[in-house]
Design a protein around this ligand. Structure first.
Ligand SMILES: NC(=O)c1ccc[n+]([C@@H]2O[C@H](COP(=O)([O-])OP(=O)(O)OC[C@H]3O[C@@H](n4cnc5c(N)ncnc54)[C@H](O)[C@@H]3O)[C@@H](O)[C@H]2O)c1
Ligand SMILES: [Zn+2]
Length: 459
């Protein structure tokens, strides 16, 4: 009580696009009595009703945000239910803060401070015994709901953080394996059953690389693939896990900025075909995503720049200057933003499209450059300029942070690539733009305007 449960569960439901149910309110509505009235007839009667409501709600298909009264945890049957059927988030707020929030109110537990503190200590252990995650703020509950852990030092706690107790196959790229592989192996301890390497960069996202990996894997269905590396490693490993034995659990441990703020979140996995990038893949949500911002300390500047383009994209979408934050806070905020978006639109059927801000231009420029000499990050930086101009926004911030330079590519080739983009509907280009009340997707933009902005990006 006083932890902020109602506020945060309401906000989580909105962010995750789920319905919120309050167990105590449902009991009151269905019984026509208030909680104190039911309690007057004895606690066991109340706990019985509470359990019946919980059984009903947790037995339904789909997912919702369920808000329990603080005492629910004292029921062994409810604890069992929470362990088996729910992602349980514990709002761990210190006792003084809780007491300050509720003292003087007419809630029964708010009458006696000594009794409140005693109950608080007693219940802490019970909360700890069922919690899948601990959170303190809205980003914290969103990340927990999405199964994302952002924690400095997470790599060294890998063994405990990878869900379950089955064997683990560790997959990484040779470069990252050389830097962080040993720490990961030590942390996995006895759970580490196999280690595998994927080729570096986009070469990992090929059928040949996955064919080799699938043939090497010895894991059974109780096993988990842990993918340590950048977005190429996580994209390819995720797809390997999605198809191996018709799907086994996987845990990305993203090590590049691109992967920590974008690629490893949201369950999209893929490999490339000669015809184009990400053409074969699956939606396969990780059982957990473990983000350790400390891994970024070994990231080369060029890779950091790649990630900053996506950070700026996220900041523009969120309407917050996220690029000004420290690494730890920036990664956490970007991850939470993307996690919420993906919870609302897990299969990329609508709103998730906003993540393509600047990307239609970027892909056209990359194609025109033949994926040579122009990095994705630099292409996105240019694409963001075009998207901002078309949105009637100022471009100063993006210019200052990312310093994009026009590229020397064939204009007609870039235009042709732009027109071929899968976001064309009835021959008209659809783009993501920033409106006054947030990002909008699927906005039809006249060819002439798009062509003018594209031309400005080309030297
Ligand atoms: N699935 C998605 O939703 C999604 C979203 C965005 C991007 N992506 C994909 O992500 C890929 C790009 O990811 P990327 O930029 O991370 O590429 P990457 O995996 O090739 O990593 C970039 C480079 O950084 C190195 N590196 C990674 N972590 C390091 C560390 N901690 N220290 C030192 N070196 C490190 C890698 O060895 C590699 O050389 C693309 O294939 C893209 O399609 C996927
Ligand atoms: Zn991108």
């Amino acid at each position: 009580m006083g932890a902020g449960k109602t506020t945060l569960s309401t906000a989580l439901a909105e962010q995750a696009g789920r319905q919120r149910m309050d167990v105590d309110r449902i009991i009151e509505e269905t019984s026509g009595q208030t909680i104190p009235e039911i309690f007057a007839a004895g606690e066991p009667a109340f706990r019985e009703r509470e359990l019946a409501v919980a059984l009903d709600l947790l037995g339904r298909p789909g997912s919702l945000v369920l808000d329990f009264g603080g005492g629910a945890i004292t029921s062994p049957a409810i604890r069992e239910l929470l362990r088996g059927r729910a992602t349980t988030i514990w709002l761990d707020v210190d006792v003084d803060t809780c007491w300050e929030r509720i003292r003087g109110s007419d809630r029964p537990l708010a009458q006696d401070e000594t009794e409140f503190r005693r109950l608080f200590d007693e219940r802490r252990l019970l909360y700890a015994s069922v919690a899948d995650a601990v959170a303190e703020d809205l980003d914290g509950v969103v990340l927990a709901a999405a199964g994302v852990v952002v924690e400095r030092g997470a790599l060294r706690r890998l063994g405990g953080l990878v869900p379950g107790d089955g064997p683990v196959a560790l997959v990484s790229d040779p470069h990252v394996a050389g830097i962080h592989g040993m720490d990961a192996q030590l942390a996995l301890g006895a759970r580490l059953a196999e280690t595998h390497e994927l080729p570096p960069g986009e070469e990992a996202k090929t059928l040949a690389a996955l064919d080799r990996l699938w043939q090497e894997l010895r894991l059974g269905r109780a096993g988990t693939i842990v993918a340590l590396g950048g977005g190429c490693t996580t994209d390819a490993s995720g797809f390997a896990a999605a198809a191996y034995l018709r799907g086994i659990p996987w845990v990305p441990v993203p090590s590049s900025l691109v992967a920590q703020v974008d690629a490893a979140i949201g369950g999209k996995t893929a490999i490339d075909l000669p015809q184009g990038k990400n053409l074969v893949g699956a939606f396969h949500w990780p059982v957990r995503t473990l983000i350790d911002p400390a891994l970024l300390e070994t990231l080369p500047d060029a890779q950091r720049r790649e990630g900053m383009a996506e950070v700026v994209k996220t900041g523009l979408l969120a309407g917050e200057p996220l690029w000004e934050l420290s690494d730890d806070r920036l990664v956490r905020r970007c991850a939470a933003f993307k996690a919420a978006l993906c919870l609302r639109d897990p299969f990329d059927k609508g709103e998730r499209n906003i993540l393509n801000l600047g990307h239609t231009f970027a892909h056209a420029l990359e194609t025109a450059a033949g994926y040579d000499g122009l990095t994705h990050g630099d292409a996105v930086a240019l694409g963001l300029l075009a998207a901002l101009r078309l949105s009637g926004r100022d471009i100063d911030q993006v210019e200052e942070i990312l310093r994009p330079k026009p590229v020397r590519v064939d204009r007609e080739r870039a235009w042709a690539a732009m027109r071929r983009d899968k976001k064309t509907v009835d021959g008209e280009l659809r783009l993501v733009l920033l409106g006054d009340d947030g990002p909008r997707w699927n906005v039809a933009v006249p060819d002439a305007d798009v062509r003018r902005e594209l031309d400005l990006l080309i030297d």
